[in-house]
Design a protein around this ligand. Structure first.
Ligand SMILES: Cc1cc2nc3c(=O)[nH]c(=O)nc-3n(C[C@H](O)[C@H](O)[C@H](O)COP(=O)(O)OP(=O)(O)OC[C@H]3O[C@@H](n4cnc5c(N)ncnc54)[C@H](O)[C@@H]3O)c2cc1C
Length: 484
């Protein structure tokens, strides 16, 4: 069932040894439970066959993670770290079987340090809990993925998750000051610290960020906090065409002289799916596209002035209307709709490809023209939405009908799409990661020198290749999992 990776298998003796490390209640060989943990939010029908771990473990401390890795490394058993399993790239799927290491019981907020403006947490804390804990201390944690009510901070770091506020604050990695990491051989180290600057050696913190569980298991995270802006508003701006919405985006900074906290695009098809899913309606929902522009600051007058400036400018640039959401309930309604698009699409379509493309922001219109052409050619529907302020568009290729060879067909469409993305100077993923889902396309975007460098980095961190094998790194020409 799993990839033929050439690793050791989890024997009953190894399961017993794991139970000695963790206690019997923290080790499971139950098939149903393992199946429930062996996937993320990529539908299993996306793979040729399901992947299954051989054993599932729930460590509660760094020491336990270290002991698991020591054992796994000695016996050459694959270890797949898993956060909340909300990933959209198959990153937490145990492609080579072995041990599935759930971080869900390492879920404590260890400190909120208001002197150093940072917070230390374990990897299994839900992202939204971090936001709430920071807010309680009058501070802002800037990470804001749409999955924040479910995803874990460890998964956010391992994917360098983006989300809605990247345009102003950067992705998750921009908020990471330090990481405690268990390396493949079970040794424990800290990269970085509670300090704002650090050029003492290589920047291992940001090598770990986005490494998708292939270089080490993250067991503690120090996150940067910021002053919490006192006022915020969201503008909902419908446009007659997707292109006019996208063309307005750079005008906000250039002519409006504002850096919003968020600029999100939702096209008509995406919005209608979210409305159906939530049984709600947003104003002007027949418009071809909506932008959501979030403005924030500490001075009410300044925020009001910026709101007026951006709104006026939008109307000059073809907007059909400008709606201002300035109270909790209207703002929540807006963001609930935006954040539900992904789930709605997954609920209404069986066969689809959710892509995570980034192109230079001025190329977004060209990208979307090409997506339209592709959909016409292959008889697909499209739903395009996402972080347009960053040029990061979630292109969703949707099959309304059930086709027998849907997957092969979809791979052909993806191949054509990626060729265009490459031509436009774009890349494969902005925030969802490579995982299993995009690995085959990596050589289209990274040259030989970079791919080899990645192999050598992997080898330096994980000489036996036990950490999340099958993902991100092409191991060697003999097949994954073989020692170089
Ligand atoms: C509805 C929906 C909306 C989403 N919106 C966004 C969005 O706006 N922005 C965005 O960036 N993503 C988004 N995502 C994708 C997903 O939520 C993120 O990738 C998130 O960071 C995954 O976190 P997780 O805890 O679920 O990780 P998992 O899916 O469990 O794992 C993801 C990867 O991290 C590794 N990993 C997990 N924990 C650790 C650890 N402690 N140490 C080392 N490696 C580890 C895993 O091995 C895997 O490779 C969305 C997903 C859904 C379903």
């Amino acid at each position: 069932m799993n990839e033929p990776c050439g690793f050791g298998t989890v024997t009953p003796k190894i399961t017993e040894e794991l139970a000695l490390i963790l206690g019997a209640g923290s080790v499971s060989s139950d098939g149903e439970k393992i199946a429930a943990y062996s996937h993320d939010e990529v539908a299993e029908r996306f793979w040729d066959h399901p992947y299954r771990a051989e054993v599932l473990v729930f460590p509660e401390s760094t020491e336990q993670v270290a002991a698991i890795l020591r054992l796994a490394n000695e016996r050459r058993i694959p270890v797949t770290p898993r956060g909340a399993g909300t990933g959209l790239s198959g990153g937490a799927v145990p492609a080579c079987g072995g041990i599935l290491l759930s971080l869900e019981r390492m879920n404590r907020i260890l400190d909120v340090d208001t002197d150093n403006l940072c917070m230390t947490v374990e990897p299994g804390v839900i992202t939204a809990e971090i936001t709430r804990a920071a807010r309680k201390a009058g501070l802002l944690y800037a990470g804001d993925p749409c999955s924040g009510d479910a995803s874990f901070i460890g998964g956010n770091v391992a994917e360098n998750a983006g989300g809605n506020k990247v345009i102003k604050y950067g992705p998750t990695g921009s908020s990471v000051m330090a990481l405690e990491v268990v390396l493949a051989d079970g040794s424990v180290t800290w990269f970085g610290g509670k300090r704002r600057k650090d050029v003492t050696g290589y920047d291992f913190v940001h090598l770990m960020v986005g490494s998708e569980g292939t270089l080490g298991v993250i067991t503690k995270i120090v996150l940067k906090l910021l002053p919490l802006p006192a006022f915020g508003v969201d503008l909902l701006i419908p446009f007659p065409t997707v292109e006019s919405a996208i063309r307005f985006v750079p005008r906000i900074a250039l002519e409006g002289r504002v850096v919003p906290a968020a600029i999100e695009l939702v096209d008509h098809h995406s919005l209608s799916q979210a409305e159906k899913f939530l049984n709600t309606r947003l104003p002007f929902d027949q418009a071809a596209a909506h932008l959501i522009v979030q403005l924030e600051g500490n001075d009410r007058e300044v925020v009001a002035d910026e709101t007026e400036r951006v709104g006026k400018l939008a109307l000059e640039k073809d907007a059909l209307e400008v709606f201002v959401a300035d109270n909790r309930s209207s703002r929540d309604k807006l963001w609930k709709a935006r954040k539900s698009v992904a789930e709605a699409i997954m609920a209404y379509y069986k066969n689809y490809a959710k892509e995570d493309i980034v192109v230079p922001t001025d190329k977004v219109p060209e990208l979307l023209f090409s997506v339209d052409a592709l959909c016409r050619k292959w008889d697909l529907e499209a739903a395009n939405y996402g972080h347009v302020g960053d040029g990061n568009i979630h292109v969703n290729l949707l099959m309304a009908d059930d086709r027998p060879h849907w997957h092969e067909e979809m791979e052909k469409v993806r191949t054509e799409l990626y060729a265009t993305v490459k031509e436009l100077g774009g890349t494969l993923s902005g925030e969802h990661g490579i995982g299993l889902k995009r690995k085959a396309y990596l050589p289209q975007f990274l040259d030989k020198a970079q791919l080899e460098l990645m192999q050598r980095v992997k080898l330096a961190f994980d000489p036996k290749g036990i950490l999340n094998p099958g993902k991100l790194v092409f191991w060697d020409k003999n097949g994954e999992g073989h020692e170089a």
